[in-house]
Design a protein around this ligand. Structure first.
Ligand code: BV8
Length: 220
């Protein structure tokens, strides 16, 4: 069976990484226009680097939880699984998932806005950092900010349209194009979340509860 899975911040919540739109979420503490847009980065790169440097530190201190581990086990058992994540953390990979499609980029990678070179990000990035390839002082986190084009859309749409089952886990379905993927699915659809998401009505079935409980039970 071909399975396409889309994960969001809810999968990493129980690893201690904050979600965005829940009570106490990141967007209640930070203005996303200032820290997660190319315009915000142009205005104040130090502020944006501080935001991602802190999240990078949290990320390296976090460990995968039972939901990440269950999805990695599913990938080992089912070679037709495509794991798509909106998360910029690396917890799916550290849990053992063999191939993870990061549609919103990766916290642990740096990108040169001048020549598009990519490399492993240091724990702390600074506006004065220079590209390791071209030398330009144009380095940034390899993150897809609002208004930028999400990564790997061809592969994502291929996987979602071909899947017998599309599953969305721990995402509020507030951010597009990820939130619209369920409309592209031609097979069965399942939402796993604490509570119904903004697109819950588009899913054929639902399982509600914490990801660390519901995902292992679904995979078993
Ligand atoms: C783009 C940076 C063009 C990374 C992030 C209509 C169509 C298309 C686009 C748009 C449109 N309308 C508006 C747009 C533009 C915009 C957009 O969607 N805006 C919204 C606000 C309306 N989109 C864009 O700009 C995107 N680019 O569209 O390009 C294009 C068009 C077509 C095809 C290709 C390209 C770029 C979006 C990238 C945004 N980057 N941030 C970072 O710093 O991390 S968004 C941010 O939200 C994060 O990246 C995150 O991944 C993403 C989604 O959030 P969630 O993961 O869902 O997290 P959230 O907090 O919202 O929800 C958590 C959920 O978990 C909740 O439901 C909660 O109940 C649940 N939960 C909590 N705890 C648990 C749990 N579930 C289970 N267990 C638990 N323990």
């Amino acid at each position: 069976m071909k399975i396409a899975i889309l994960t969001g911040a809810g999968v990493s919540a129980e690893s201690g990484l904050g979600t965005f739109r829940d009570k106490d979420g990141l967007w209640t503490k930070y203005d996303l226009n200032e820290v997660a847009t190319p315009e915000g980065f142009a205005r104040n790169p130090a502020l944006v680097h501080d935001f991602y440097n802190a999240r990078r530190t949290n990320c390296v201190q976090a460990t995968p939880n039972a939901a990440h581990t269950a999805l990695a086990a599913l990938a080992m058992a089912d070679h037709d699984l495509t794991l798509i994540t909106q998360n910029v953390d690396d917890l799916h990979s550290r849990a053992g998932s063999p191939a993870v499609i990061h549609m919103h980029g990766e916290l642990m990678r740096a990108l040169c806005a001048s020549c598009n070179a990519r490399w492993d990000a240091p724990l702390a990035m600074h506006p004065s950092d220079c590209c390791q390839t071209c030398g330009a002082a144009a380095t940034r986190p390899d993150i897809v900010w609002f208004g930028e084009i999400t990564y790997h859309m061809d592969a994502i749409l291929d996987a979602v349209t071909a899947a017998d089952l599309f599953v969305a886990i721990g995402t509020s379905a507030e951010v597009y194009p990820a939130a619209g993927l369920v409309e592209q699915a031609t097979g069965d659809t399942l939402e796993i979340n604490l509570a119904p998401s903004a697109r819950a009505n588009a899913f054929a079935s639902h399982r509600f509860g914490p990801a660390t409980e519901v995902v292992p039970a679904w995979v078993a």
